[in-house]
Design a protein. Sequence first.
Length: 356
Amino acid sequence: MMSRQAFLCSLGSLYLSLLFVFLLMDVYARPANNSALKEKPPDSKDENEILPPDHLNGVKMEMDGHLNKEFHQEVFLGKEMEEFEEDSEPRKNRKKLMVIFSKVDINNDKKIGAKEMQRWIMEKTDEHFQEAVEENKMHFRAVDPDGDGHVSWDEYKIKFLASKGFNEKEIAEKIRNNEELKIDEETQEVLDNLKDRWYQADNPPPDLLLNEEEFLSFLHPEHSRGMLKFMVKEIIRDLDQDGDKKLTLSEFISLPVGTVENQQAQDIDDDWVKDRRKEFEEVIDANHDGIVTMEELEEYMDPMNEYNALNEAKQMIAVADENQNHHLELEEILKYSEYFTGSKLMDYARNVHEEF
């Protein structure tokens, strides 16, 4: 009969043998690496640092032509937007909102007029601008490792591909030697679009080298009138179905949202069309002729347009102005807190007089 020690030794040997077999199976079962340049999965944080963001704070329309659903909160809260979370304590959010109300109400008459709201919107928009400038300094340093104050398209291309998981040294060598890069179709399409933006951000005389200011325009087109024009052209190109470089209402509301599979999805689609129709008819189409030109869309997209800020202020007041006096009282802002902050406050009326 086998001793306990011998049995354990035998069992250990069997385990090691099986482990070796499994390791061999794993090696041979792994798919071949299609590109010798691929190194590791991209770090999403690094990639986001050098890619133009899809969402621009304080701008009414996204880069892809969708309406910015958080615009009202962004221009009312500024950097304080993060403090108003869904699960935050309503009492704390009420106090924060009261503090903001007192800051907007600069004449201390306990109500907010259109001019006061306009001034506040411009201030919060500028806050987003300054935040983008500070972030750009950090991002520029990431793509300008030699610190010469300029980034070439090839330097940026290398950093971008490295963020997508390609081997940075091998990519750099291939570009230096003018060798072909084996890049998948999707990544190549992104690169082509980025190169178009790069050319647009390169101020005259064009040298394909971006300094820190030009790189800011590349990442944040809202900071440059020229890049803002380019962004508007891109949006119109995507939505314009008849090629006349203008947008009709039907073109503006026909951007596909997704396949409608059930009633809930249908309701979402209906709300989406309703929002876009209202924005087109009441805001973007300035002369109400049923056509939106590039100039109209450019004015609409410009975050530092004072006329737009005043228009927006009047609209924001109209949403919550229950007593129709063309001003906002604290009670009204608290009642419509979800519109201004994204956070719904309960029992606002009972608490407002206790805390203010």
